[in-house]
Structures are given as C-alpha cells and as structure tokens.
Design a protein around this ligand. Structure first.
Ligand SMILES: C[S@@+](CC[C@H](N)C(=O)[O-])C[C@H]1O[C@@H](n2cnc3c(N)ncnc32)[C@H](O)[C@@H]1O
Length: 220
C-alpha cells in the first residue's frame, strides 16, 4: 500500500492557505449558513467547491445537475465557474434553505443560470429521464439523502454525457464507513453504495479524501 497523509488541523490549515482565497460572497453565505447551527455541517467546504470548479473547467462543463442544494453554496460555486451560457438544474425539497441560496445567486449575478426545482428529487429526475429532448449534462453532483444514493447515481448516469463526470459526496461519512459500531441507516446505505459502485462497469472511478469523501465517476 502506498503512503498517505493523516490530515490534522494544522495540515488542513496549510492546504487552506494554499488554496485560492474563498470569495467574500461565498464567505458571507457560509457564515449565514453557520448561524443555522449544527445543520450547517451539510454545506460543502470551500476547498471542495474550489475543486469542483476546477473539474468543471477541465471538462469544459456548461450543463450541471445538482441533487441537494441546501443553502446553495455548491450551486453558487458551480454557477460562478460555468461560462456565461452555462445552465444548472438544481434539485431540493426544502424551500426555506434554498431561499437563502437564491439571495446569494442573485447578488453574484448568476441566478439566471440556475433552474431550481423544488420537491422530491427522484420525482424530478424520473421526469427528466423521460423528457425526450433534454440535452445531456456534463457534470452532476449528488449530495442529498443517503439511502437514495444508488437511485440518484443511476439517474445521473442516464442524464450525463459519455466523458461526463458524476461526483458523489459524503462517501466516507466522517469515517463511520469503517466503524464497526456504526450501523445506522445512512452509514449502511453509504457502505452498500460504495461496494456496489466498485462493480459498476459504466464508469471510471476515483475515491478521494476531500471534505467528507468524494467519489468521482467518469461515464464511459
Ligand atoms: C447535504 S445537503 C446539500 C448541501 C449543498 N450541496 C451545499 O453545498 O451546501 C442535502 C440537501 O438534500 C435535500 N434533500 C434531502 N432529501 C431530498 C429529497 N428526497 N429530494 C430533494 N432534496 C432532498 C435537503 O433538503 C438538503 O438541502
């Protein structure tokens, strides 16, 4: 086995210092979200947002699908990285959390790129796969309820073009995936997803320890 680093707080601080500075608007959205309390942990980090922006630029993404918006931080990161003709379809069930995001999207001048669909994501995705003329997405990000991960992954693969990228968040679930004492529904769902996806012949895969663990899947 090759060597790998243990990330303590100091090393993470070093990584943060050597990542482009989080834009002021993003920082304000992070702070307003943090004021919601412990639920704010659902928000992705700037290090992850910056990586996702880079990946979008690498593959020349113009169409991005997001499953799980919360207060809109990942959406904001992607909307500012996509070109002027970029389009985002963003799915979430919660009107209040996404309302916060909408204010920041507007302030950034990227709200015109974002179609927010409120309601159950599986219902919206089912409609999308049945829509004949829907152009394919270049990139998708799965960051909603964990038991539905396999369904979201399957929908995303049907909606993304060959060579497109599907990113799945939280695949390490704060380390619970390797904790034998952790047997809750979310941990079990993530473990099962991680095992099953290894055998999925439709994708090239890489699991990376950024944030809470990201799975990068390139559609063949
Ligand atoms: C982890 S948060 C998303 C974080 C977001 N990507 C960010 O950067 O801040 C998960 C979101 O999934 C949404 N969600 C949970 N179950 C859902 C469902 N069945 N359909 C649509 N959205 C759902 C929640 O409302 C929540 O906002």
């Amino acid at each position: 086995m090759g060597s790998s680093l243990q990330f303590d707080a100091k090393l993470l601080e070093y990584v943060t210092k050597h990542t482009p500075v989080e834009p002021e608007l993003f920082r304000r959205l992070r702070e307003e979200t943090e004021a919601l309390g412990p639920i704010s942990e659902m928000q992705i980090s700037w290090i992850q947002g910056n990586l996702m922006q880079l990946l979008a630029r690498l593959i020349g993404a113009t169409r991005y699908l997001e499953i799980g918006v919360f207060t809109g931080y990942s959406t904001l990161a992607m909307a500012t990285a996509l070109p002027d003709d970029g389009r985002i379809t963003a799915l979430d069930i919660d009107e209040n959390w996404t309302a916060m995001g909408k204010r920041y999207w507007r302030e950034a001048g990227v709200d015109g790129k974002i179609d927010l669909i409120l309601g159950d994501a599986c219902t919206a995705l089912e409609k999308m796969v049945n829509k004949a003329a829907l152009p394919p997405f270049d990139m998708a990000f799965i960051d909603a309820d964990k038991p539905n991960m396999p369904r979201y992954f399957d929908y995303a693969l049907r909606l993304v073009r060959p060579g497109g990228l599907v990113i799945v968040d939280n695949v390490l679930w704060s380390g619970a995936v390797i904790d034998p004492a952790a047997g809750d529904e979310n941990t079990a769902a993530i473990r099962a997803f991680n095992e099953a996806v290894m055998k999925d012949q439709r994708v090239y895969l890489s699991m990376i320890p950024v944030g809470d663990g990201l799975l990068l899947a390139c559609k063949k």
